[in-house]
Design a protein around this ligand. Structure first.
Ligand SMILES: *[C@@H]1O[C@H](CO)[C@@H](O)[C@H](O)[C@H]1NC(C)=O
Ligand SMILES: *[C@@H]1O[C@H](CO)[C@@H](O)[C@H](O)[C@H]1NC(C)=O
Ligand SMILES: *[C@@H]1O[C@H](CO)[C@@H](O)[C@H](O)[C@H]1NC(C)=O
Ligand SMILES: *[C@@H]1O[C@H](CO)[C@@H](O)[C@H](O)[C@H]1NC(C)=O
Length: 417
């Protein structure tokens, strides 16, 4: 098949777009529903027909099993896409090969390879880069508006790389701050800002919106534009991994600082990670937090034996209920400038059965107190659910807000307006 010379093709596409969309619709944010897989507590999105992708805040690539709608493309070894695809190699990836070490045919120019990895197992595979198109709707923040096709570069990986992801999942959509992760690719293709707003659901469909803009959840107009309620923290990177970090200065239970070892949080940092279902804390941070929480609840009469993996559990009927979940002390991460990210009962307690509720923070396993090679805190999916999280990769800041108690991330109005 003759491929059009990319430059005139692009100019033609751009001018057609300009005709169809004079100014106003050029930068409509892009909406994608987010589902929670009940078996694994992982989050997935649908971006191509019939192909669900795991979303991962710490993955730098978009990859899936090879499919008919993938256009294999000549990505030479010296192309920008090739160097972007190989900017990060998972430390667990033991393939020692250079991206251009293999040539399938002597006569052909050597083609770029990428090494996507499974975020759960750390296993990787050699994969070719392909052009693909994602289908999604644009949004005004209230409803889906119109279907668009988003050009993207992805890697097409062997099926074996998928295990043990949920059965319906065909690949991974990385949300890291990287050129071939989904946010930067949607930004480049749709000419929207390189930022995304994530609203992870506890059940039902939540949303991720690429490019920013307002966000409204039903019932309207009670909640208003939730992006106007965001507080901001700097988004930091640490050398050698693609996790998002925020500078947390302390942990508080009911506004009282939990006594932590000096520099415990700075050592290793506080990262956000959708791969872990519950926030995990290094032992030197976990133990003081659990002790402080237990003391603040002060309900030894309601305590029941631990239900692994959770340690601190209570008879749920003996904890009061509020609009914000169980009436338990708030847990908060304190940030610069007196701001804090607070977790109320609905974000700190999990019902393990119909009689028992447990503190939904876990101790990291196999990590020593103060181990500098481990994050101090990894904020997991359960704590992020029903929070609005805006990752602004241009301003390098995280906006965060709890979704009001009378609504939820699953209350977006998916009816086309
Ligand atoms: C890549 O290499 C080829 C041949 O070695 C050269 O013709 C081409 O200009 C190079 N492209 C870039 C982007 O450096
Ligand atoms: C766009 O929105 C409509 C209406 O909700 C929906 O039926 C359709 O599946 C959406 N398209 C995509 C690609 O999500
Ligand atoms: C709690 O769950 C058990 C089994 O899971 C069920 O038999 C029982 O009726 C439930 N109790 C209540 C109060 O819902
Ligand atoms: C959802 O949006 C549609 C289209 O704008 C609107 O007709 C409908 O009333 C909305 N649903 C609710 C519950 O507000």
């Amino acid at each position: 098949m003759a491929r059009p010379n990319p430059k005139p093709f692009f100019l033609l596409a751009a001018s057609l777009l300009a005709l169809a969309c004079p100014a106003s619709c050029a930068a409509e944010p892009v909406l994608i529903p987010v589902a929670k897989d009940p078996a694994t507590s992982l989050y997935t999105i649908h971006i191509r027909h019939g192909a669900s992708h795991l979303i991962d805040l710490a993955s730098p690539l978009l990859w899936s099993t090879c499919a008919a709608d993938h256009l294999p493309a000549p990505f030479p070894c010296n192309s920008t896409a090739c160097s972007h695809a190989n900017a990060y190699r998972a430390p667990t990836c033991r393939i020692a090969r250079h991206p251009c070490s293999r040539s399938r045919s002597r006569r052909k120019r050597r083609q770029c390879e990428a090494f996507p990895y499974n975020p759960l197992t750390g296993r990787c595979a050699a994969a070719s880069l392909v052009h693909t198109r994602l289908v999604a709707n644009t949004t005004d923040g209230r409803n889906p508006l119109r279907q668009v096709s988003v050009r993207a570069v992805g890697a097409c990986a062997p099926r074996a790389l998928l295990a043990p992801l949920p059965k319906h999942v065909a690949g991974v959509a990385g949300l890291a701050d990287a050129a071939l992760a989904l946010p930067a690719q949607v930004a480049a293709s749709q000419r929207v800002a390189n930022r995304f707003t994530l609203c992870l659901p506890r059940r039902g469909d939540g949303v991720v919106v690429f490019g920013g803009g307002p966000l409204f959840l039903l019932p309207e107009p009670a909640a208003g534009d939730l992006t106007s309620t965001l507080a901001f923290a700097p988004l930091r990177a640490r050398k050698g991994n693609p996790l998002y970090y925020i500078p947390v200065q302390g942990v508080a239970v009911n506004q009282a600082q939990v006594p932590l070892p000096a520099r415990a949080l700075a050592t290793g940092g506080v990262a956000l990670c959708t791969r872990v279902p519950y926030t995990a804390l290094r032992p030197d941070v976990y133990r003081p937090l659990v002790d402080a929480f237990d003391a603040a609840v002060a309900r030894n009469d309601a305590k029941v034996p631990a239900v692994p993996p959770f340690e601190l559990c209570y008879r749920s009927s003996m904890l009061g209920n509020t609009r914000l979940g169980y009436a338990v002390p708030d847990v908060a991460f304190t940030l610069q400038g007196g701001k804090s990210w607070t977790f109320v009962g609905s974000s700190s307690m999990v019902d393990v059965d119909n009689q028992t509720a447990c503190l939904a923070f876990l101790e990291m396993k196999g990590v020593k107190p103060g181990d500098p090679s481990s994050a101090a805190v990894i904020i997991g999916g359960f704590q992020m659910e029903d929070h609005l999280l805006q990752f602004d990769l241009e301003k390098k800041q995280l906006g965060f807000a709890k979704v009001p108690f009378f609504t939820a991330c699953s209350n977006f109005n998916f009816t086309k307006s």
